[in-house]
Write a new protein. Structure first.
Ligand code: ZN
Length: 282
């Protein structure tokens, strides 16, 4: 199974535990279309395997994930759509094709991963930026090493935030606004205080500590775990989680559409300059 993927690895490091590892370290595990479809297939494989009770999502060193890969070629025709959004493969012009693509590979996939009926644990070191933060956010639990940093600087590109908009629940309204308005990164310790991270550990203990947590969870019956996860996600949905996701995605598409009209591209080109300048000033 390991050999079936180009951009990730799939392993079963302990009884009841599957580990999916983002394996594009030369690109800081940036997400191209292939990686997102492979990740979706691997999550499905883990969900469907009765021997797997818990799933770890990790990333090869040095950084968990730098976000979407904006450099790669876009060609949705290579993939069979997984969610019900049509028009992405055909690359319909204008907003239609773009919205279909982002509803499929970002919001649609994230919804599937967030709701898959087994506990998931993000194992995070280094940076998790924007789309990288998105992959952490869809997991149920987060174990971070002391050097981990979480940020969503995408407002600099003229959108509301990354496509998976769980920020209000992840960081609380006020800190989420700080993250979005300033593009600032929260450290592992800060993120733990906000309740986004469950546990902070030394860098060299990250893999072992995450696996130990997964093995502890795997002692419990799969059905109990599934019911507990479902009950918690239903509680979050009752707070308006899904409605907020849908509304935020609409605003996100409006941001892209505005940028396309004004700048001739999906994002405000000044964004990269702002982010680079602030990174240098640190
Ligand atoms: Zn987008």
């Amino acid at each position: 199974m390991t050999d079936a993927y180009e951009t990730i690895r799939y392993e079963t490091p302990a009884t009841g535990v599957a580990r999916i590892t983002l394996a594009r370290p030369e690109m800081r595990n940036a997400q191209n279309e292939t990686l997102l479809y492979e990740l979706d297939a691997a999550f499905d494989a883990a969900a469907h395997d009765p021997a797997v009770k818990v799933i770890i999502l990790a990333g090869d060193d040095p950084h968990f994930s730098s976000g979407h890969d904006l450099s790669g070629a876009r060609d949705m025709t290579r993939f069979t759509p997984v969610t019900s959004w049509g028009g992405a493969a055909a690359e319909e012009p204008g907003v239609a094709g773009r919205q279909a693509r982002e509803e499929e590979i970002y919001l649609g996939f994230c919804r599937r991963w967030r709701d898959l009926p087994k506990p998931t644990i993000a194992q995070v070191q280094g940076k998790a930026i924007a789309g990288g933060l998105m992959l952490v956010a869809v997991c149920d639990l987060v174990v971070a090493s002391e050097d981990a940093q979480f940020s969503d600087p995408s407002v600099a590109f003229g959108v509301n935030g990354v496509e998976w908009f769980s920020h209000p629940w992840d960081f609380g309204i006020r800190k989420a606004k700080e993250m979005l308005f300033t593009g600032a990164a929260f450290s592992a310790a800060e993120a733990e205080r906000m309740g986004f991270v469950n546990k902070v550990v030394a860098r060299d203990a990250l893999e072992a500590e995450t696996l130990a947590l997964a093995e502890r969870i795997a002692q419990r019956p799969a059905f109990g775990l599934r019911l507990a996860k479902q009950a918690m996600n239903q509680a979050q949905d009752a707070q308006g989680f899904q409605t907020v996701q849908a509304a935020a995605m609409s605003l996100h598409q409006m941001g892209h559409a505005h940028n396309q009209i004004v700048h001739g591209m999906l994002v405000d080109p000044k964004g990269a300059e702002i982010i680079r300048r602030e990174a240098k000033a640190k």
